[in-house]
Design a protein around this ligand. Structure first.
Ligand code: UT7
Length: 315
């Protein structure tokens, strides 16, 4: 497949590090040096699904495609207002599409998981035009009294439209179960047959374990997709890395020995927006005119599971 359109949508509220330090024992210096984040967008009056719909419409308009021509919609999302129906169904109705759709929970790797699935769908010969939407609201998952977690995340949505092409050169997905390093349980309904206690606790993260996993997994995955596709890091024009921590990105940069210009960043503005992170970055560099036809792009993301994934594609 190839990507022919991108779009993104952010909540209007900007929450700076200074604002957080008014109710948390934290400060701009700690957050900036340890993470690279200066501010993030947080959902206040908006609904996540409306951001998802907005991003989808923008991507369709960028691709010059009518929603009726879509053959499939995949929405990457960890949590939203509805447990069922899937968010992809709400998006499908709002944009006027008639195709099948489903949601996938790939944590922060959702976009790359969706890209690989879209590519397989296309190769099956059944589907040609696929919309991927990533929409996340981690601000409703974290404990806002927990300074080690709440400062890291931001909300947002981004989308991409794909059609036939042979631009996706290689993908590499992985999962290794370390569920208790980064997780959140949610509340289930009472059942007279089930005596397990209910749980409605915020996101739990063991930051240093996640950091180590993320760095190793991303380096391994990037190496793997470059090798599979027969490219060296010198031949890659852009490395779009999940914007979780600037120090993770710097470690990856050192490994591939490539200059700063090849590593676009927006972590300072949005923080970690989970699966929306890579496609938000993709849309930014696309709309800024930084992508030329034929450019080689590597994407890499990692997250709760642990899961990780990378992809190499030609623009
Ligand atoms: O999307 C994928 C999932 N997430 C990630 O990829 C995140 C991966 N992990 C990380 O990015 C980093 O581990 C963190 C940014 C979460 C933490 O950075 P760190 O360098 O590993 O710090 P730490 O957890 O070792 O904490 C160092 C100190 C502690 O104080 P003491 O025990 O040394 O006195 C923390 O209590 O920093 C303290 N601390 C803070 N101080 C000010 C933790 N959070 C804050 C804060 N402000 N917000």
């Amino acid at each position: 497949m190839k990507i022919i359109g991108t779009g993104r949508s952010h909540p209007s509220l900007v929450v700076t590090n200074e604002m957080l330090s008014q109710f948390l024992d934290t400060n701009d210096e700690w957050i900036t040096t340890r993470t690279g984040i200066k501010e993030r967008r947080i959902i206040s009056s908006e609904n996540l699904v409306d951001l998802a719909i907005d991003a989808a419409k923008k991507a369709l308009s960028d691709a010059n495609m009518d929603a009726k021509d879509l053959d499939y919609i995949i929405c990457a999302n960890v949590v939203n207002e509805y447990i069922t129906p899937a968010m992809s169904c709400l998006i499908q109705g709002a944009i006027g599409a008639t195709c099948p759709c489903f949601d996938l929970n790939g944590a922060c790797v959702g976009f790359i998981y969706a890209l690989e699935i879209a590519e397989s769908f296309y190769r099956s010969g059944k589907y040609k035009n696929i919309l991927i939407v990533c929409a996340e609201e981690p601000s409703r998952m974290v404990d806002w009294h927990d300074r080690s977690c709440s400062v890291l995340f931001g909300d947002g949505a981004a989308a991409a439209v794909l059609t036939e092409g042979d631009n996706i050169k290689a993908t590499k997905m992985s999962a290794s179960c370390n569920w208790d390093r980064l997780y959140q349980k949610h509340e289930l309904q009472y059942s007279p047959y089930n005596s397990k206690p209910n749980s409605n606790l915020p996101l739990v993260m063991h930051g240093q374990d996640v950091f180590m996993f993320a760095t190793r997994a991303s380096i391994r995955d990037i190496n793997s997709v470059m090798k599979q596709a027969g490219y060296t890091s010198d031949q890659v024009d852009h490395f779009l890395i999940h914007q979780a921590n600037i120090r993770i990105i710097n470690n990856i940069k050192q490994f591939v020995k490539q200059p700063d210009e090849k590593f676009p960043l927006n972590i300072q503005k949005y923080g970690n927006t989970s699966s929306a992170s890579v496609p938000i970055l993709l849309d930014e560099v696309n709309k800024e005119g930084r992508l030329k036809r034929g450019d080689i792009i590597v994407m890499s993301a990692f997250g709760a599971g642990f899961v990780s994934g990378a992809c190499i594609l030609e623009w």
